[in-house]
Design a protein around this ligand. Sequence first.
Ligand SMILES: Cc1cc2nc3c(=O)[nH]c(=O)nc-3n(C[C@H](O)[C@H](O)[C@H](O)COP(=O)(O)OP(=O)(O)OC[C@H]3O[C@@H](n4cnc5c(N)ncnc54)[C@H](O)[C@@H]3O)c2cc1C
Length: 304
Amino acid sequence: MLDCDQYLLPKSLDEAFGFLETHGDAAQIVAGATDLLPWAREGRAGDVHIPVLIDITRIPELNGVALEGNRLRLGAATVFQKFLKDSVLREHAPVMPHVAVWFADDQLRQSATIGGNLVNASPAADGTPGLMALDAELVLHSRTGGERRVNVTDFPTGPSFSVLNNGELIVAVEFDSAAEYGASFEKVGHRRSLVISTVCVATVLKLDEVGQNFEDVRIALAGVGPVPVRLSECEEMLSGKTVTAALIDAAAHLPIDRVQSRTRQDYRREVVVSFVRRGIVEALASIGCDVGPFETQELETANG
Ligand SMILES: Cc1cc2nc3c(=O)[nH]c(=O)nc-3n(C[C@H](O)[C@H](O)[C@H](O)COP(=O)(O)OP(=O)(O)OC[C@H]3O[C@@H](n4cnc5c(N)ncnc54)[C@H](O)[C@@H]3O)c2cc1C
């Protein structure tokens, strides 16, 4: 059970930082509360009393989607449901609707924010690999330090830890439009939603003008180590090469050694190979490129 003495709703960044300064260690930031509430409710932290909760979801800078030239900026309080509904996000962040489909259920998606997902820093968070594949930059802000920018790949430092300083907020997420890119998201679980993934792979890729060669490939993997990672070895193997089933299969086998989780290692390795391969194939299919059949056996996953 979570309770608090004061629930504050700042209407500006200045007001939020003022509240943080006034209440110091007694205050806790909250957005959708979908991590905070279960943490207190399910006995993970026992009964929790937080004197002051500061709800940042009404701050204008943390809301809205803006496309300036080729650069997209979305507020950190953007909820996952918006990736399914907002036409600008659907066009320019093509991997995120795939992430959102897999994310919990309609009700959770209406509250769960992208900022909360990043700060929670779960090794198996769904939003983080999606943003990594978009090569996103996070805009952080604090009263004393002002604004600083961090690539999303450098943000999580371990389970539940990140480079975010005390009193600092994620204000926005920025990335170049990926409107011309194909995208996919693969996630393993026992049910289609309401499950935190054990392994997930986000893929964003582009072909050259001829439509036969990989031009830009970005693949991010979560759930097999302490933090989500970009698969640079796969990206490098594919970039500039002609699309073939054999090349994709070879690239999919490269990240096997990335699996660090102590439990179910063999299973996770198999899932990684199968997901990376399928992620690339599905991202290609989303831009009309059919790779044809693979000889390698596909691993069965629960979404079928
Ligand atoms: C039933 C259920 C299903 C779920 N399914 C999934 C799933 O499929 N995939 C998945 O990845 N996660 C899932 N989650 C986890 C959770 O919903 C997400 O991590 C969500 O994105 C958290 O966002 P929030 O706004 O609710 O965070 P909150 O609970 O409000 O906050 C989480 C933490 O982040 C901090 N914080 C929030 N926003 C900011 C900010 N802008 N700046 C600085 N600090 C901030 C808070 O202080 C707090 O420490 C699930 C949770 C539940 C309960």
